[in-house]
Write a new protein. Structure first.
Length: 722
C-alpha cells in the first residue's frame, strides 16, 4: 500500500530546502521514517533532541550540547532583564564557547533534525535560530539550514516553570515550539502521517483519535469502559501510572516479595557518557521471577521495545528471560548504546558521527509498573491503565495508545469526559497548519527552487566570511607576536572578501532573472555566464585572498611563539582552497561548467589533518583528543597513560597559549583561584597548599600558575578574558 504522506515527507526533506514538521498519531512510524531519511540523505545532517535519553535513542546529541546553550530561558531581544535565569541575544553571544571545530560544523550544516519536538520550548528553538544565523552570517531563519522536526504535540509537552513563563509570555503566545518567532518565519511544511501500524482494530483506532483530538463522546468512553476491571492480577501485565513514586513503590514491593537472592547487573561505561543520558540504571537489581520489560528492539526480532518477560536465571553472562505468552525463553546479553559527537571531516568536509562513549547494559527494567511518561514510544500486548489520581493534557491518549488492542487494555477505574483533556492551543495549531491542500504543487515548485538555489548559492562567499570571522575571533582573543600587524592584515583580507561578496551578490541577482526562463537559449546563456563567472571569481579569489594569506603565513612561520596562530591561519587557507575547488567543480543540469585544467591549485596544500606543532609526538596525540572534546581523565584512559602525565600536558598547553583555562575549569573556580593566587604566583606549590583555606589540588595550582604567567607575559588590557 502506498503511503502518500510518508512519500511526501521524504521528498520534501531530500529534494527541497523546505523546513518540515513531521507529525502523526502514536504508532504511525515517525521513528522508522526518520531512520529511512537518514539512510538516504546526502545532506550534511545532525540529529538533536531535548533530553539526553531522547538524544541517545535518536542516535544524536542534545540541543544544549550541540549549540552550547545555557539552561536559562531565552528572550529574543537585546533588552536587559535583571534575572540570572534570563538570557538575551547579547548574553548568549558572549556566553557561547564554541570551539573552531564546533563553528565549522554549524557552518557546514545543511539539515538539522530535531526529534521529540513537542518537548522543545519556543524560546529554545529561537536560541538555535539566533546561534545559526550569528555563526553562519546569514539572516535567513536558522541561518539557511533546513529543519526536519518530528513529534506529536498531543503527547509529551514542554516543561516551563511559572517564573520562566512570566518572562517568556511577553514574547510568546504559548511555550510550544510552533509559537517560536523563527518557526513562523521559516514557513514550514506540516505533514501528518495517517496510517497506524500499532493497532489494527478500526474501532479502537477511531476511539483513540477522538481521545487525541478532544472529541470523544459518551459512546466512545462506553467502548473503553467495557475494559474496566478493578481486580486484576499483575502477572505478565504492566501497569501504567501517573507518578514515579507509584511505579517505584509497586516495583519494589513485588521485587521484595520474591524470597530469592538478588541478581546485580552492572553497566560497563566507557569514554564520555553523561549519567543523565543513561538509558537504564547503571546497576539493575533483579531476582528470579521478576517481571521485566525490554527497552530495546532486537535486531534479530526476538523481542521488541515493551515486550514483557520473567527472569529465570543467570548463566555465565547471559540472562535467561522467559516469555510466558509465547512459552519460550530468550538468552539475553548486554546491549550497547553509543554517545556520539558530530565533526566535519577536514578532507571531505562531510559531517560525520564519532563515538565518544558507550553504555553497555542489559536492555531491561522492572515492569510490574511504569509511568505514562516513560512508556512513550513503547508497545504492549497487555496493560493496566491506572490514571485515577491525576490527568494532564494528552496523558490519557498516551496511556491508551500504548496497547496493541482493545482486548489487551484493562482499566483500573472508569473514564469520564472530564478525563479527556487537551490543550486547545495545540488543536488550533493543527487545524490551521494542516489546511495545506496543494502539497504536490508546492513540492514541485520547491524542488525546482532547490536546484536553482544550489547554483546561485555556489557563487556566494558567505561561508568564506564565516570561516574568516572565526579565524579573526581567534586572533583577537590571543596574543601572537606583532599582533598589530596581524590585525592590519585581517582588515585588508576582509576588505577583499567583502568586495568579492558584493560582486557575487550582483551576479546572483542576474542568475535569478535568467533562471526564471527555461527555454534552450536561456539555458545556454546561463551556462556561458556561469563559466565566465568561474574564471573571474577563481582569479580574483586567488589573487586577493589566497595569495596574500600564503605570504602572510610564510612571514609568521619565522616568528617565535606563533605556532598556534600559524596553525589557525593554515586552517583558514584550507577553507579558502575548498571554495576554489567548489567553484571549479560546479555543474548545471548535469553539465560541468569548467573544462580543462584548473588554473590555480595549491602548491602546498594546507593539510587540515596536520597536528598542532608541539614538541614530541605524545603532546600531539593529547592535543588531538582534547580538540575532540575529551577531558584529561578521558584522554588518560584512551591513551593508557597516567592522569598526572596528561595534566602536565595541559600545563604545557596553557603556558604556550594553545588552550585557555576555561577549557579546564569553570568560571567560579577560576575567579576563586585567581583571587587567592594573585600575590602567590611565585610561591612553590607546597607553600601555596599550606596557605590555602579551601580545598585545592596540586594540579589546579600548576594549571593556574601556568595560565597566569602566560597572561602576564602578554600585553595587558584584554577585557574579554578573565
Amino acid at each position: 500500500m502506498i503511503n502518500r504522506e510518508r512519500q511526501l515527507a521524504e521528498d520534501f526533506v531530500l529534494n527541497t530546502h523546505c523546513s518540515v514538521f513531521l507529525t502523526g498519531k502514536a504508532g504511525t512510524g515517525k521513528t522508522t521514517l526518520l531512520k529511512e531519511i537518514l539512510s538516504k540523505t546526502a545532506k550534511k545532517t545532525v540529529v538533536v533532541a531535548p533530553t539526553g535519553v531522547a538524544a541517545i535513542n535518536a542516535g544524536g546529541v542534545t540541543i544544549h550540547s550541540m549549540f552550547q546553550l545555557p539552561p536559562s530561558c531565552f528572550v529574543p531581544t537585546h533588552e536587559f532583564y535583571p534575572n540570572e535565569r534570563v538570557t538575551n541575544w547579547s548574553i548568549l553571544a558572549k556566553g557561547q564557547r564554541l570551539r573552531s571545530e564546533q563553528r565549522q560544523l554549524l557552518i557546514e550544516l545543511e539539515l538539522l533534525i530535531i526529534d521529540e519536538i513537542s518537548m522543545v520550548r519556543a524560546d529554545l528553538l529561537d536560541a538555535i535560530d539566533y546561534t545559526l544565523r550569528r555563526i553562519r552570517k546569514k539572516t535567513k531563519p536558522f541561518g539557511g539550514v533546513q529543519l526536519l522536526v518530528i513529534g506529536d504535540l498531543f503527547q509529551l509537552a514542554p516543561v516551563v516553570k511559572q517564573s520562566d513563563w512570566s518572562v517568556l509570555s511577553n514574547f510568546y503566545n504559548s511555550p510550544f515550539f510552533f509559537d517560536a518567532l523563527s518557526w513562523k518565519a521559516s514557513k514550514p511544511i506540516v505533514i501528518e502521517l495517517q496510517h497506524v501500524y500499532r493497532q489494527e482494530d478500526e474501532t479502537f483506532i477511531r476511539v483513540l483519535n477522538t481521545i487525541r483530538n478532544g472529541e470523544a463522546s459518551d459512546g466512545d468512553l462506553d467502548i473503553l469502559n467495557q475494559q474496566f476491571n478493578p481486580v486484576q492480577s499483575t502477572e505478565n501485565i504492566i501497569r501504567l501510572t501517573t507518578h514515579n513514586y507509584k511505579a517505584n513503590a509497586l516495583n519494589n514491593k513485588m521485587l521484595a516479595a520474591l524470597k530469592v537472592n538478588p541478581i546485580q547487573l552492572s553497566a560497563n561505561v566507557t569514554g564520555q557518557f553523561n549519567e543523565s543520558a543513561y538509558p537504564t540504571p547503571e546497576t539493575i537489581t533483579l531476582k528470579k521471577g521478576a517481571q521485566v520489560m525490554f527497552i530495546r528492539n532486537d535486531p534479530d526480532g526476538q523481542f521488541f521495545n515493551g515486550k514483557i518477560g520473567v527472569v529465570k536465571e543467570m548463566v555465565d553472562k547471559e540472562l535467561s528471560i522467559y516469555i510466558p505468552k509465547e512459552d519460550r525463553t530468550i538468552m539475553l546479553n548486554r546491549m550497547s548504546w553509543e554517545n556520539i559527537k558530530y565533526h566535519v571531516d577536514k578532507k571531505t568536509k562531510e559531517v560525520e558521527k564519532e563515538t565518544c562513549g558507550t553504555f553497555e547494559q542489559y536492555p531491561l527494567r522492572l515492569a510490574w509498573a511504569v509511568t505514562v511518561h516513560k512508556s512513550q514510544g513503547l508497545t504492549f500486548d497487555e496493560l493496566i491503565v491506572d490514571l485515577e489520581d491525576s490527568f494532564a493534557a494528552g496523558q490519557l491518549y498516551v496511556a491508551l495508545s500504548r496497547s496493541r488492542s482493545l482486548e489487551g487494555l484493562h482499566l483500573s477505574s472508569k473514564l469520564s469526559l472530564k478525563n479527556v483533556i487537551i490543550d486547545q492551543r495545540i488543536s488550533n495549531y493543527y487545524k490551521q497548519a494542516l489546511e495545506q491542500e496543494n502539497l504536490d504543487e508546492i513540492l514541485q515548485e520547491a524542488k525546482e527552487a532547490y536546484q536553482t538555489q544550489l547554483l546561485i548559492s555556489s557563487f556566494s562567499f558567505e561561508k568564506v566570511t564565516a570561516y574568516a570571522e572565526s579565524w579573526e575571533a581567534y586572533l583577537l582573543s590571543h596574543e601572537p607576536p606583532s599582533k598589530a600587524d596581524a590585525v592590519r592584515f585581517s582588515t585588508s583580507l576582509f576588505r577583499s572578501i567583502d568586495q568579492l561578496q558584493d560582486v557575487a551578490q550582483r551576479f546572483q541577482g542576474q542568475l535569478i532573472v535568467l533562471l526564471q526562463s527555461t527555454d534552450e537559449e536561456s539555458t545556454q546563456t546561463i551556462i556561458a555566464r556561469a563559466q565566465k563567472a568561474i574564471g573571474y571569481f577563481t582569479e580574483e579569489f586567488f589573487r586577493k585572498t589566497i595569495e596574500p594569506l600564503e605570504k602572510h603565513i610564510g612571514e609568521w612561520k619565522s616568528k617565535s611563539k606563533s605556532r598556534s596562530y600559524v596553525y589557525a591561519s593554515e586552517e583558514l587557507g584550507s577553507h579558502f582552497w575548498d571554495k576554489m575547488k567548489q567553484l571549479y567543480a560546479l555543474t548545471f543540469q548535469g553539465q560541468a561548467l569548467h573544462s580543462g585544467e584548473e588554473k590555480y591549485k595549491p602548491v602546498k596544500l594546507f593539510n587540515p589533518d596536520k597536528p598542532k606543532r608541539v614538541v614530541g609526538e605524545t603532546y600531539v596525540e593529547t592535543m588531538k583528543l582534547f580538540d575532540k572534546g575529551f577531558s584529561p581523565a578521558e584522554i588518560a584512559k584512551a591513551r593508557g597513560m597516567a592522569l598526572g602525565t596528561i595534566e602536565s600536558h595541559m600545563s604545557r598547553f596553557l603556558k604556550e597559549g594553545k588552550i585557555d583555562i576555561d577549557d579546564l575549569l569553570d568560571d567560579d573556580r577560576i575567579k576563586q583561584l585567581q583571587t587567592f593566587l594573585h600575590d602567590r604566583i611565585e610561591q612553590g606549590s607546597n607553600e601555596i597548599m599550606q596557605a590555602c583555606t579551601f580545598d585545592i589540588s596540586y594540579t589546579e595550582i600548576r594549571w593556574m600558575k601556568s595560565w597566569m604567567k602566560q597572561k602576564n607575559s602578554q600585553d595587558t588590557g584584554n577585557p574579554n578574558k578573565t
